[in-house]
Design a protein around this ligand. Structure first.
Ligand SMILES: *Cc1c(COP(=O)(O)O)cnc(C)c1O
Length: 464
Protein backbone atom coordinates (compact mmCIF):
# COMPACT_ATOMS: atom_id res chain seq x y z
CA UNK A 1 0.00 0.00 0.00
CA UNK A 2 1.54 3.31 -1.07
CA UNK A 3 2.20 5.85 1.64
CA UNK A 4 -0.10 8.88 1.58
CA UNK A 5 1.62 12.13 0.88
CA UNK A 6 0.57 15.71 1.40
CA UNK A 7 -0.83 17.53 -1.61
CA UNK A 8 1.68 19.66 -3.43
CA UNK A 9 0.98 23.34 -4.05
CA UNK A 10 -0.43 22.73 -7.52
CA UNK A 11 -2.97 20.38 -6.02
CA UNK A 12 -1.75 17.02 -7.31
CA UNK A 13 -0.30 14.23 -5.22
CA UNK A 14 2.94 13.69 -6.96
CA UNK A 15 4.64 10.93 -5.02
CA UNK A 16 3.84 7.29 -4.70
CA UNK A 17 6.39 5.72 -2.39
CA UNK A 18 6.11 2.25 -3.91
CA UNK A 19 7.36 2.97 -7.42
CA UNK A 20 9.14 5.89 -9.05
CA UNK A 21 6.58 8.03 -10.93
CA UNK A 22 5.90 6.99 -14.51
CA UNK A 23 7.25 10.32 -15.74
CA UNK A 24 10.64 9.29 -14.31
CA UNK A 25 10.50 5.92 -16.01
CA UNK A 26 9.62 7.36 -19.42
CA UNK A 27 11.79 10.43 -19.42
CA UNK A 28 15.50 10.82 -18.98
CA UNK A 29 17.29 8.14 -17.03
CA UNK A 30 18.76 9.12 -13.72
CA UNK A 31 22.46 9.71 -14.29
CA UNK A 32 24.66 7.39 -12.23
CA UNK A 33 28.11 8.85 -12.58
CA UNK A 34 27.46 12.55 -12.98
CA UNK A 35 25.32 14.96 -10.99
CA UNK A 36 21.73 15.24 -12.25
CA UNK A 37 20.96 18.64 -13.82
CA UNK A 38 18.50 19.64 -11.17
CA UNK A 39 16.75 18.43 -8.05
CA UNK A 40 14.61 15.35 -7.57
CA UNK A 41 11.79 15.27 -5.04
CA UNK A 42 13.15 13.67 -1.84
CA UNK A 43 10.72 10.74 -1.97
CA UNK A 44 11.73 9.89 -5.52
CA UNK A 45 15.42 10.06 -4.72
CA UNK A 46 14.78 7.89 -1.67
CA UNK A 47 12.81 5.30 -3.60
CA UNK A 48 15.35 5.01 -6.41
CA UNK A 49 18.21 4.37 -4.01
CA UNK A 50 16.13 2.16 -1.75
CA UNK A 51 15.20 -0.03 -4.72
CA UNK A 52 18.77 -0.28 -5.94
CA UNK A 53 19.97 -1.39 -2.50
CA UNK A 54 17.50 -4.31 -2.50
CA UNK A 55 20.13 -6.16 -4.54
CA UNK A 56 22.47 -6.21 -1.54
CA UNK A 57 22.13 -9.56 0.20
CA UNK A 58 20.02 -10.19 3.28
CA UNK A 59 22.33 -9.29 6.16
CA UNK A 60 20.79 -11.88 8.49
CA UNK A 61 21.68 -14.74 6.09
CA UNK A 62 25.22 -13.44 5.78
CA UNK A 63 27.34 -15.99 7.61
CA UNK A 64 30.50 -14.42 6.19
CA UNK A 65 30.64 -11.23 8.22
CA UNK A 66 31.80 -10.69 11.77
CA UNK A 67 30.10 -7.32 11.82
CA UNK A 68 26.91 -6.64 13.75
CA UNK A 69 23.72 -6.93 11.70
CA UNK A 70 21.15 -6.45 14.45
CA UNK A 71 20.72 -4.03 17.34
CA UNK A 72 17.79 -3.22 19.57
CA UNK A 73 15.48 -0.40 18.42
CA UNK A 74 16.43 1.65 21.48
CA UNK A 75 20.05 1.59 20.32
CA UNK A 76 18.91 2.75 16.90
CA UNK A 77 17.03 5.66 18.47
CA UNK A 78 20.12 6.76 20.37
CA UNK A 79 22.17 6.50 17.19
CA UNK A 80 19.60 8.63 15.35
CA UNK A 81 19.81 11.21 18.11
CA UNK A 82 23.59 11.33 17.77
CA UNK A 83 23.90 11.30 13.98
CA UNK A 84 24.80 14.98 13.99
CA UNK A 85 27.41 14.75 16.74
CA UNK A 86 31.05 14.91 15.81
CA UNK A 87 33.19 12.82 18.10
CA UNK A 88 36.10 15.26 17.89
CA UNK A 89 34.07 18.26 19.13
CA UNK A 90 34.70 17.40 22.74
CA UNK A 91 33.99 20.98 23.68
CA UNK A 92 30.51 21.02 22.15
CA UNK A 93 29.57 17.46 23.09
CA UNK A 94 31.22 16.93 26.47
CA UNK A 95 28.90 14.08 27.46
CA UNK A 96 29.73 12.12 24.32
CA UNK A 97 33.39 12.58 25.23
CA UNK A 98 32.65 11.49 28.80
CA UNK A 99 30.87 8.38 27.50
CA UNK A 100 33.89 7.48 25.37
CA UNK A 101 36.11 7.72 28.46
CA UNK A 102 33.70 5.50 30.42
CA UNK A 103 33.82 2.89 27.65
CA UNK A 104 37.65 2.91 27.76
CA UNK A 105 37.50 2.44 31.54
CA UNK A 106 35.01 -0.40 31.21
CA UNK A 107 37.22 -2.19 28.67
CA UNK A 108 40.38 -1.60 30.70
CA UNK A 109 38.72 -3.21 33.71
CA UNK A 110 37.35 -6.07 31.63
CA UNK A 111 40.85 -6.71 30.23
CA UNK A 112 42.53 -6.45 33.66
CA UNK A 113 44.62 -3.32 33.17
CA UNK A 114 46.67 -2.74 36.32
CA UNK A 115 45.05 0.65 36.96
CA UNK A 116 41.76 0.99 35.10
CA UNK A 117 41.07 4.42 36.61
CA UNK A 118 44.13 5.74 34.77
CA UNK A 119 43.06 3.86 31.65
CA UNK A 120 44.84 4.82 28.46
CA UNK A 121 42.92 4.20 25.28
CA UNK A 122 40.42 5.56 22.80
CA UNK A 123 37.69 4.73 20.35
CA UNK A 124 38.50 4.37 16.65
CA UNK A 125 36.58 3.64 13.46
CA UNK A 126 37.34 -0.06 13.84
CA UNK A 127 40.12 -2.50 14.61
CA UNK A 128 42.07 -1.40 11.55
CA UNK A 129 42.60 2.11 12.87
CA UNK A 130 43.14 0.66 16.34
CA UNK A 131 45.86 -1.64 14.94
CA UNK A 132 47.59 1.34 13.30
CA UNK A 133 47.66 3.15 16.65
CA UNK A 134 48.79 0.10 18.61
CA UNK A 135 51.50 -0.65 16.05
CA UNK A 136 52.69 2.97 15.98
CA UNK A 137 53.07 3.00 19.75
CA UNK A 138 55.17 -0.20 19.55
CA UNK A 139 57.33 1.33 16.85
CA UNK A 140 57.92 4.58 18.78
CA UNK A 141 58.74 2.76 22.01
CA UNK A 142 61.28 0.63 20.20
CA UNK A 143 62.79 3.72 18.53
CA UNK A 144 63.18 5.48 21.89
CA UNK A 145 64.85 2.46 23.41
CA UNK A 146 67.25 2.11 20.50
CA UNK A 147 68.10 5.81 20.46
CA UNK A 148 68.85 5.68 24.17
CA UNK A 149 71.27 2.81 23.44
CA UNK A 150 72.84 4.74 20.54
CA UNK A 151 71.70 2.05 18.09
CA UNK A 152 70.17 2.43 14.61
CA UNK A 153 66.38 2.62 14.21
CA UNK A 154 66.00 2.11 10.48
CA UNK A 155 65.01 -1.56 10.29
CA UNK A 156 62.03 -2.25 12.54
CA UNK A 157 60.15 -5.53 12.16
CA UNK A 158 56.92 -6.97 13.55
CA UNK A 159 56.41 -10.72 14.06
CA UNK A 160 53.01 -12.35 13.39
CA UNK A 161 51.29 -15.33 11.83
CA UNK A 162 50.46 -15.35 8.13
CA UNK A 163 46.80 -15.60 9.21
CA UNK A 164 46.78 -11.93 10.31
CA UNK A 165 44.01 -9.72 9.03
CA UNK A 166 44.95 -7.38 6.17
CA UNK A 167 45.11 -4.37 8.54
CA UNK A 168 48.53 -5.59 9.74
CA UNK A 169 49.83 -5.72 6.18
CA UNK A 170 48.60 -2.15 5.81
CA UNK A 171 50.31 -1.16 9.03
CA UNK A 172 53.62 -2.64 7.87
CA UNK A 173 53.31 -1.04 4.44
CA UNK A 174 52.17 2.43 5.55
CA UNK A 175 54.63 2.82 8.43
CA UNK A 176 57.65 1.09 6.90
CA UNK A 177 57.89 -1.89 9.18
CA UNK A 178 59.10 -5.27 7.93
CA UNK A 179 56.52 -8.05 8.42
CA UNK A 180 58.01 -11.26 9.72
CA UNK A 181 55.31 -13.74 8.86
CA UNK A 182 55.12 -17.22 10.29
CA UNK A 183 53.63 -19.50 7.62
CA UNK A 184 51.09 -22.24 8.33
CA UNK A 185 52.45 -25.75 8.61
CA UNK A 186 50.44 -28.98 8.46
CA UNK A 187 47.57 -28.64 10.91
CA UNK A 188 48.98 -25.50 12.55
CA UNK A 189 46.96 -22.59 11.13
CA UNK A 190 48.09 -19.94 13.64
CA UNK A 191 51.17 -18.46 15.25
CA UNK A 192 53.03 -20.69 17.71
CA UNK A 193 55.27 -19.50 20.55
CA UNK A 194 58.27 -21.34 19.17
CA UNK A 195 57.96 -19.96 15.63
CA UNK A 196 57.33 -16.42 16.93
CA UNK A 197 60.47 -16.36 19.06
CA UNK A 198 62.59 -17.74 16.20
CA UNK A 199 61.86 -14.57 14.22
CA UNK A 200 62.54 -12.06 17.00
CA UNK A 201 65.65 -9.94 17.26
CA UNK A 202 66.87 -6.56 18.45
CA UNK A 203 64.88 -4.86 15.68
CA UNK A 204 61.58 -6.47 16.64
CA UNK A 205 59.08 -3.84 17.78
CA UNK A 206 56.60 -6.48 18.95
CA UNK A 207 54.71 -9.69 18.34
CA UNK A 208 51.05 -9.59 17.29
CA UNK A 209 48.93 -12.40 18.70
CA UNK A 210 45.40 -12.83 17.37
CA UNK A 211 42.35 -13.66 19.47
CA UNK A 212 41.04 -15.23 17.29
CA UNK A 213 41.97 -15.97 13.75
CA UNK A 214 39.66 -14.88 10.95
CA UNK A 215 40.56 -18.03 9.00
CA UNK A 216 39.11 -20.55 11.42
CA UNK A 217 38.06 -18.79 14.64
CA UNK A 218 40.83 -20.32 16.76
CA UNK A 219 42.63 -18.40 19.51
CA UNK A 220 46.38 -17.95 19.25
CA UNK A 221 48.25 -19.11 22.37
CA UNK A 222 48.89 -15.65 23.87
CA UNK A 223 50.01 -16.97 27.26
CA UNK A 224 52.51 -19.39 25.70
CA UNK A 225 53.81 -16.70 23.36
CA UNK A 226 54.37 -14.38 26.34
CA UNK A 227 56.11 -17.13 28.34
CA UNK A 228 58.41 -17.91 25.41
CA UNK A 229 59.24 -14.20 25.09
CA UNK A 230 59.97 -14.06 28.85
CA UNK A 231 62.47 -16.87 28.35
CA UNK A 232 63.86 -15.10 25.28
CA UNK A 233 64.40 -11.94 27.32
CA UNK A 234 66.21 -13.77 30.06
CA UNK A 235 68.42 -15.48 27.46
CA UNK A 236 69.20 -12.44 25.31
CA UNK A 237 68.22 -9.31 27.26
CA UNK A 238 65.85 -8.34 24.43
CA UNK A 239 62.41 -7.28 25.66
CA UNK A 240 59.71 -7.81 22.99
CA UNK A 241 56.22 -6.55 23.85
CA UNK A 242 53.01 -8.24 22.65
CA UNK A 243 50.00 -6.58 21.06
CA UNK A 244 46.83 -8.66 21.12
CA UNK A 245 44.58 -8.26 18.08
CA UNK A 246 41.36 -9.05 19.87
CA UNK A 247 39.15 -7.70 17.07
CA UNK A 248 36.61 -10.42 17.82
CA UNK A 249 37.93 -12.33 20.81
CA UNK A 250 38.42 -9.40 23.20
CA UNK A 251 34.61 -9.19 23.34
CA UNK A 252 34.16 -12.97 23.56
CA UNK A 253 36.82 -14.52 25.80
CA UNK A 254 36.20 -12.33 28.89
CA UNK A 255 32.59 -13.53 28.98
CA UNK A 256 32.79 -17.19 28.04
CA UNK A 257 36.42 -18.16 28.69
CA UNK A 258 37.11 -16.47 32.02
CA UNK A 259 40.04 -18.79 32.78
CA UNK A 260 41.90 -18.07 29.56
CA UNK A 261 44.88 -15.75 30.17
CA UNK A 262 45.34 -13.51 27.18
CA UNK A 263 44.97 -9.89 28.39
CA UNK A 264 46.82 -7.43 30.66
CA UNK A 265 47.07 -10.15 33.30
CA UNK A 266 50.11 -11.11 31.24
CA UNK A 267 52.65 -8.35 31.95
CA UNK A 268 54.08 -8.65 28.44
CA UNK A 269 50.81 -7.58 26.81
CA UNK A 270 51.27 -3.88 26.04
CA UNK A 271 48.09 -3.13 24.11
CA UNK A 272 44.84 -4.67 22.89
CA UNK A 273 42.49 -3.74 20.06
CA UNK A 274 38.89 -4.81 19.56
CA UNK A 275 36.08 -4.10 17.11
CA UNK A 276 33.05 -2.66 18.85
CA UNK A 277 31.15 -3.49 15.67
CA UNK A 278 31.92 -7.21 15.84
CA UNK A 279 31.24 -9.02 19.12
CA UNK A 280 30.97 -5.61 20.81
CA UNK A 281 27.50 -5.83 19.19
CA UNK A 282 27.39 -2.30 17.67
CA UNK A 283 26.59 -1.40 14.06
CA UNK A 284 29.71 -0.43 12.06
CA UNK A 285 32.05 1.40 12.67
CA UNK A 286 33.58 1.54 16.05
CA UNK A 287 36.76 0.02 17.44
CA UNK A 288 38.84 0.34 20.58
CA UNK A 289 42.49 0.34 21.50
CA UNK A 290 43.68 0.20 25.10
CA UNK A 291 47.24 0.31 26.48
CA UNK A 292 48.19 -1.42 29.70
CA UNK A 293 49.33 1.91 31.20
CA UNK A 294 50.44 5.39 30.20
CA UNK A 295 54.06 4.21 29.76
CA UNK A 296 53.03 1.94 26.89
CA UNK A 297 51.90 4.93 24.81
CA UNK A 298 54.69 7.42 23.97
CA UNK A 299 53.66 10.98 24.91
CA UNK A 300 54.53 12.58 21.59
CA UNK A 301 51.88 10.55 19.73
CA UNK A 302 49.19 12.32 21.71
CA UNK A 303 47.61 15.53 20.43
CA UNK A 304 45.73 17.91 22.67
CA UNK A 305 42.38 19.36 21.68
CA UNK A 306 40.42 21.99 23.47
CA UNK A 307 37.76 20.54 25.76
CA UNK A 308 35.62 22.97 27.75
CA UNK A 309 38.56 25.32 28.00
CA UNK A 310 40.58 22.34 29.18
CA UNK A 311 42.99 20.29 27.12
CA UNK A 312 41.92 16.78 26.20
CA UNK A 313 44.34 14.17 24.83
CA UNK A 314 43.52 12.45 21.53
CA UNK A 315 45.29 9.84 19.47
CA UNK A 316 43.62 9.03 16.14
CA UNK A 317 44.15 8.97 12.39
CA UNK A 318 40.82 10.70 11.68
CA UNK A 319 39.66 14.07 12.85
CA UNK A 320 35.88 14.25 12.40
CA UNK A 321 33.87 11.10 12.88
CA UNK A 322 30.42 10.21 14.14
CA UNK A 323 29.69 9.96 17.85
CA UNK A 324 26.69 7.67 17.41
CA UNK A 325 28.58 4.37 17.48
CA UNK A 326 30.40 5.21 20.69
CA UNK A 327 27.07 6.05 22.32
CA UNK A 328 25.63 2.77 21.01
CA UNK A 329 28.57 0.90 22.54
CA UNK A 330 27.82 2.49 25.88
CA UNK A 331 24.15 1.57 25.48
CA UNK A 332 25.15 -2.09 25.10
CA UNK A 333 27.44 -1.94 28.13
CA UNK A 334 24.70 -0.41 30.24
CA UNK A 335 21.86 -2.51 28.85
CA UNK A 336 23.55 -5.91 28.81
CA UNK A 337 26.10 -5.70 31.57
CA UNK A 338 28.51 -8.58 32.09
CA UNK A 339 25.67 -11.10 32.38
CA UNK A 340 24.00 -9.97 29.17
CA UNK A 341 27.20 -10.16 27.13
CA UNK A 342 27.91 -13.58 28.64
CA UNK A 343 24.42 -14.73 27.60
CA UNK A 344 24.73 -13.40 24.03
CA UNK A 345 28.22 -14.82 23.45
CA UNK A 346 27.37 -18.05 25.26
CA UNK A 347 24.38 -18.59 22.99
CA UNK A 348 26.49 -17.82 19.90
CA UNK A 349 28.99 -20.45 20.99
CA UNK A 350 26.24 -22.97 21.67
CA UNK A 351 24.80 -22.40 18.18
CA UNK A 352 28.25 -22.56 16.58
CA UNK A 353 29.34 -25.79 18.26
CA UNK A 354 26.02 -27.52 17.59
CA UNK A 355 25.96 -26.39 13.95
CA UNK A 356 29.57 -27.56 13.50
CA UNK A 357 28.57 -30.96 14.90
CA UNK A 358 25.57 -31.20 12.56
CA UNK A 359 27.73 -30.34 9.56
CA UNK A 360 30.24 -32.98 10.57
CA UNK A 361 27.42 -35.56 10.72
CA UNK A 362 26.38 -34.85 7.12
CA UNK A 363 29.29 -36.99 5.92
CA UNK A 364 31.22 -35.27 3.15
CA UNK A 365 32.93 -32.73 5.42
CA UNK A 366 35.78 -32.57 7.87
CA UNK A 367 35.82 -29.83 10.52
CA UNK A 368 38.98 -27.75 10.83
CA UNK A 369 37.64 -26.04 13.97
CA UNK A 370 34.49 -26.60 16.06
CA UNK A 371 33.31 -23.12 17.07
CA UNK A 372 34.59 -23.58 20.62
CA UNK A 373 36.94 -20.56 20.60
CA UNK A 374 35.32 -17.73 18.65
CA UNK A 375 31.82 -18.91 17.69
CA UNK A 376 33.28 -19.39 14.22
CA UNK A 377 34.33 -22.58 12.48
CA UNK A 378 35.82 -23.75 9.20
CA UNK A 379 35.35 -27.04 7.39
CA UNK A 380 36.64 -28.69 4.25
CA UNK A 381 35.58 -31.55 2.01
CA UNK A 382 36.55 -34.93 3.40
CA UNK A 383 39.28 -36.86 1.60
CA UNK A 384 37.93 -38.61 -1.48
CA UNK A 385 35.17 -36.05 -2.17
CA UNK A 386 36.35 -34.56 -5.44
CA UNK A 387 33.29 -34.41 -7.71
CA UNK A 388 32.51 -30.88 -6.48
CA UNK A 389 34.43 -28.19 -4.60
CA UNK A 390 33.73 -25.98 -1.61
CA UNK A 391 33.37 -23.15 -4.14
CA UNK A 392 30.56 -25.05 -5.90
CA UNK A 393 28.75 -25.48 -2.60
CA UNK A 394 29.25 -21.83 -1.66
CA UNK A 395 27.74 -20.75 -5.01
CA UNK A 396 24.84 -23.17 -4.70
CA UNK A 397 23.96 -21.84 -1.25
CA UNK A 398 24.18 -18.31 -2.54
CA UNK A 399 21.19 -19.05 -4.75
CA UNK A 400 19.21 -19.77 -1.57
CA UNK A 401 20.31 -16.41 -0.07
CA UNK A 402 23.09 -17.74 2.17
CA UNK A 403 26.49 -16.15 2.12
CA UNK A 404 28.95 -18.81 3.19
CA UNK A 405 32.39 -17.93 1.87
CA UNK A 406 34.82 -20.48 0.46
CA UNK A 407 38.52 -19.60 0.36
CA UNK A 408 41.96 -21.13 0.07
CA UNK A 409 44.48 -20.97 2.90
CA UNK A 410 47.80 -19.08 2.62
CA UNK A 411 51.36 -20.38 2.43
CA UNK A 412 52.21 -23.32 3.12
CA UNK A 413 48.64 -24.66 2.96
CA UNK A 414 47.46 -23.23 -0.35
CA UNK A 415 46.29 -26.77 -1.13
CA UNK A 416 43.56 -26.36 1.48
CA UNK A 417 40.17 -24.88 0.53
CA UNK A 418 37.52 -24.39 3.20
CA UNK A 419 34.14 -22.90 4.05
CA UNK A 420 33.66 -20.71 7.10
CA UNK A 421 30.63 -19.97 9.25
CA UNK A 422 30.53 -16.93 11.55
CA UNK A 423 27.88 -17.21 14.24
CA UNK A 424 26.98 -13.87 15.79
CA UNK A 425 24.01 -12.24 17.48
CA UNK A 426 20.92 -13.06 15.41
CA UNK A 427 22.12 -16.45 14.15
CA UNK A 428 19.80 -18.81 15.99
CA UNK A 429 19.36 -22.58 16.26
CA UNK A 430 16.32 -22.15 13.98
CA UNK A 431 18.35 -20.38 11.32
CA UNK A 432 21.08 -23.02 11.53
CA UNK A 433 18.49 -25.79 11.05
CA UNK A 434 17.44 -24.02 7.85
CA UNK A 435 21.07 -23.86 6.76
CA UNK A 436 21.56 -27.58 7.40
CA UNK A 437 18.52 -28.49 5.32
CA UNK A 438 19.68 -26.22 2.50
CA UNK A 439 23.17 -27.74 2.59
CA UNK A 440 21.60 -31.23 2.38
CA UNK A 441 19.45 -30.18 -0.56
CA UNK A 442 22.36 -28.58 -2.44
CA UNK A 443 24.65 -31.54 -1.78
CA UNK A 444 22.05 -33.81 -3.38
CA UNK A 445 21.91 -31.51 -6.43
CA UNK A 446 25.71 -31.42 -6.71
CA UNK A 447 25.86 -35.22 -6.45
CA UNK A 448 23.21 -35.58 -9.16
CA UNK A 449 24.92 -33.09 -11.47
CA UNK A 450 28.25 -34.81 -11.21
CA UNK A 451 26.61 -38.22 -11.78
CA UNK A 452 24.97 -36.80 -14.93
CA UNK A 453 28.28 -35.40 -16.19
CA UNK A 454 29.86 -38.75 -15.49
CA UNK A 455 27.20 -40.66 -17.45
CA UNK A 456 27.37 -38.33 -20.44
CA UNK A 457 31.18 -38.62 -20.47
CA UNK A 458 30.85 -42.40 -20.49
CA UNK A 459 28.26 -42.41 -23.24
CA UNK A 460 30.43 -40.05 -25.33
CA UNK A 461 33.38 -42.37 -25.05
CA UNK A 462 31.08 -45.30 -25.94
CA UNK A 463 30.15 -43.65 -29.23
CA UNK A 464 33.74 -43.00 -30.18
C1 LIG B 1 37.98 -7.79 11.53
C2 LIG B 1 39.38 -7.90 11.99
C3 LIG B 1 40.25 -6.81 11.84
C4 LIG B 1 39.83 -5.53 11.19
O1 LIG B 1 38.83 -4.95 11.95
P1 LIG B 1 37.87 -3.77 11.44
O2 LIG B 1 37.14 -3.45 12.70
O3 LIG B 1 37.01 -4.36 10.39
O4 LIG B 1 38.72 -2.66 10.96
C5 LIG B 1 41.53 -6.96 12.33
N1 LIG B 1 41.94 -8.10 12.91
C6 LIG B 1 41.13 -9.17 13.06
C7 LIG B 1 41.64 -10.41 13.73
C8 LIG B 1 39.82 -9.10 12.61
O5 LIG B 1 39.01 -10.15 12.77
Amino acid sequence: MPLKHPQTSNGSTNVNLSLPPVSMLEGERVPRHTLPKGELPPDVAYQIIHDELMIDGNARLNLATFVTTWMEPQARSLMDECLDKNMIDKDEYPQTAEIETRCVNILSTLWHAPDAVQATGCSTTGSSEAAMLGGLALKRRWQHKREAQGKPTDKPNLVMGINVQVCWEKFANYWDVEMRLVPMEGDRFTLSAEEAVKRCGENTIGVVAILGSTFDGSYEPVEEICAALDQYESDTGIDVPVHVDGASGAFVAPFVDPDLKWDFQLPRVASINASGHKYGLVYPGVGWVVWRDADALPEELIFWVNYLGDNMPTFALNFSRPGAQVVAQYYNFLRLGFGGYAAVQGYAREVATRLAGEIEKLGPFELLTRGDALPVFAFKLADGIDHYTVFDLSNALRARGWQLPAYTFPKNRTDLAALRVVVRRGVTHDLSDLLISDIKRELAVLDKQSAAVHTSENSTSFHH
